[in-house]
Ligand binder design. Structure first.
Ligand code: MIC
Ligand code: SF4
Length: 645
């Protein structure tokens, strides 16, 4: 039987298990990346694992999420990460050098290698043929220490692209079309391989836009073949030696095959508040727009920025619109500056922001109250922009420019002819903002610099055999980690301060949650389908742990969040019958007996002492996961059984 691209890479990296879909596998990890908002925790975890030097081929620490340094907290975190990186053998990408995924693609991505990153958009690397996974910080810390990455062998989905994109229809529209077809749950448990003759017309950054937004499908990861387009990109980055061709076998077997005809696609837009709420742009024609933001790891490549500049050239944005542009990396910004494109953007009225995540994670540029914001980003979850009642839409860069110029949602095809954008054969290479680590023999001399904002890690709470807890919160479907642990300018500086963060836990849904959970002592959360979708932030597990949450019972979970819950020692349990969700009410007193046997057998019964209902739960934990839960989390488990980590 032939193999898919992902299966070939998995086969070459298997440490445990085999290619049977649905089985448990462990993979050797070649590269890791962290970003600042998840990095402080990941490095605290690495330090506490007692490892003295990373054992990967390449590990990189990026600062891209919070670069404001609006107080000492954030600046201290940056200094901490820089010093840990220097000591432990990790490359350090300085603030301002760019968004982790964009820079990693440019400078470090290698086809055929495995990468895990403490950020859910790490699959961006699939655009260059890497098998790249988003993971919680603890899994990344284990991989840095040479440990394997444990996942369920995913199913394989193939999306075949046919034909060619028309002017003003872009890779972003391909992502939105996939979301329209599959929804934010449609990729769960699968790797999406993009193929068909249409891929040859897509550049690496366009492919990366598509693999980036595979995270919004809930996919384990997404990947493109590595071909002549990949070679040309690597050559332009001065790294042609990193090229290897990669393709699936003609008789590879897929669980699902979808066909998309690029030549019939039209400009699409995702409406508030979910990335799969997709309609044609033309159907919203005339909707007034207050703000437009261009950038993020989805759409900040040189190609995207040159198109934006060309469309803005000689024009002025609407007086009612505020326009921000954040280029994805210093490389992109420097090249925009050299060719004059930056001047075109500024002259048209754009505010050019630092090469960082910026408004995407709510770091400034929050919309006005009730405002309409069109963004080239990947997520439009409620409140994520920093303005709770804002209406955030996701669009392509072309559509963003059309709205900035007209002040309303406008089909970009009405802008006239698409200006021709030519990409340079060589990118401008300057790695001075990437600091190499100290050589191993000098590592002892490097002092790790800590500030007062770095607080103790929450204590491990081993799972006892009997759990009695209050149902402290009942929520619906598609709860994101932005609901559980919001980000944004006010909170992000406290990512290494779990006690402080806990005040904001679930505040978007229920401002009384943190207080009630703390008062309950031990708590259970009940959720609907796809609980914990979105980001990889392990804070969405560590903060509930701190507040006494012992289990989350839901209809289904997102992959990364379920892994983070287990790593934190919280049980992700699913209803054996989804309709039992209705039988539970907030405030009920719940009990689960025989937890230890249940962790191994996969079956438990939830007894609702308030209503008398007995609800069967299912939980298919591996032996390792059951042990992690019994020890009270991955850190405690790794310390107790270092050889099994
Ligand atoms: C996001 O896009 O939600 C983030 C911010 O990049 C997160 C990571 C984080 O919360 O720090 C992600 O995608 O994993
Ligand atoms: Fe940064 Fe936004 Fe990308 Fe997350 S999705 S890495 S916040 S740019």
């Amino acid at each position: 039987m032939g193999l898919t691209i992902a299966e070939k890479i998995i086969k070459a990296h298997l440490v445990e298990g085999d290619l049977t879909r649905g089985g448990d596998i462990a993979l050797r990890i070649d590269q890791t990346l962290t970003q600042d908002a998840t990095g402080t925790m990941a490095y605290l975890e690495l330090e506490s694992m007692g490892i003295d030097r990373v054992r990967t081929e390449r590990s990189v620490a990026y600062i891209a999420h919070n670069t404001l340094q609006s107080g000492f907290e954030n600046a201290d975190d940056h200094r901490y990460i820089q010093s840990v990186a220097e000591k432990y053998g990790i490359y350090f990408s300085r603030p301002g050098n760019g968004i982790c995924h964009q820079v990693h693609l440019e400078r470090f991505g290698v086809p055929g290698k495995t990468l895990i990153g403490s950020d859910s958009h790490t699959p961006t690397g699939g655009g260059i043929g890497m098998l790249a996974f988003g993971a919680g910080g603890m899994d990344v810390a284990v991989a840095m220490g040479g440990g394997a990455y444990h996942i369920t062998m995913p199913k394989m989905t193939k999306i075949n692209l046919h034909g060619k994109l028309r002017d003003f229809v872009t890779a972003k529209d391909v992502s939105l079309e996939a979301l329209r077809i599959l929804s934010v749950k449609g990729g769960v448990g699968s790797i999406v391989e993009w193929g068909g003759e249409g891929v040859a017309c897509l550049s690496v950054p366009e492919r990366a836009t598509i693999t980036n937004m595979g995270a919004e499908l809930g996919a384990t990861t997404s990947i493109f073949p590595s071909d002549e387009v990949t070679r040309a990109f690597l050559a332009a980055e001065g790294r042609e030696e990193a090229y290897t061709p990669l393709a699936s076998d003609p008789d590879a077997v897929y669980d699902r095959v979808i066909d998309i005809d690029l030549s019939t696609l039209e400009p699409l837009i995702a409406c508030p508040h979910m990335p799969d709420n997709v309609v044609p742009v033309s159907s919203l024609k005339g909707t007034k727009v207050d703000q437009v933001c261009i950038g993020s790891c989805t759409n900040s490549s040189l190609f995207d920025m040159l198109k934006v500049a060309a469309l803005l050239r000689g024009k002025t944005i609407s007086p009612r619109v505020s326009l921000s542009i954040s280029p994805g990396s210093k490389q992109v910004l420097a090249m925009l500056s050299e060719c004059g494109a930056l001047t075109d953007m500024l002259a048209a009225g754009a505010r050019v922001l630092e090469c960082a995540c910026g408004p995407c994670i709510g770091m400034g540029f929050s919309p006005n109250s009730g405002g309409v914001s069109l963004r080239t980003f990947n997520r439009n979850f409620e409140g994520r922009s920093g303005t709770k009642d804002a209406k955030v839409y996701l669009v392509s860069p072309e559509c963003a420019v059309a709205a900035a110029l007209t002040g309303e949602i406008t089909d970009p095809r009405l802008l006239g002819d698409m200006p021709k954008v030519t990409m340079p054969e060589k990118f401008r290479i300057d790695d001075r903002a990437i600091l190499p680590p100290a050589p191993a023999e000098k590592a002892d001399e490097v002092e790790v610099l800590r500030g007062p904002n770095i607080k103790k890690f929450p204590d491990a709470r081993p799972q006892q055999d009997s759990l009695s807890a209050e149902l402290v919160l009942k929520v619906g479907d598609n709860i994101t980690t932005d609901h559980i642990m919001p980000a944004g300018a006010k909170i992000l500086p406290y990512r290494s301060n779990i006690p402080y963060l806990s005040k904001f836990c679930f505040a978007v849904c229920d401002e009384t949650f943190a207080e009630r959970a703390r008062a309950a002592g031990e708590g259970i959360i009940v959720g609907g389908g796809n609980y914990g979708q979105g980001s990889s932030r392990e804070h969405a597990a560590l903060v509930p742990l701190y507040l006494g949450i012992r289990a989350v019972v839901a209809k289904s979970f997102s992959r990364i969040h379920a892994a983070n819950l287990i790593n934190a020692g919280i049980m992700p349990l699913t209803f054996a019958n989804a309709e039992d969700y209705e039988k539970l009410s907030q405030g009920d007193k719940l009990r689960i007996d025989g937890v230890h046997a249940g962790l191994s057998s996969g079956e438990m019964t939830l007894f609702d002492e308030t209503s008398g209902a007995r609800i069967p739960l299912s939980c298919s934990f591996t032996e390792r996961q059951a042990d992690i839960l019994k020890y009270g989390g991955l850190l405690a488990y790794t310390k107790a059984c270092p050889d099994r980590a």
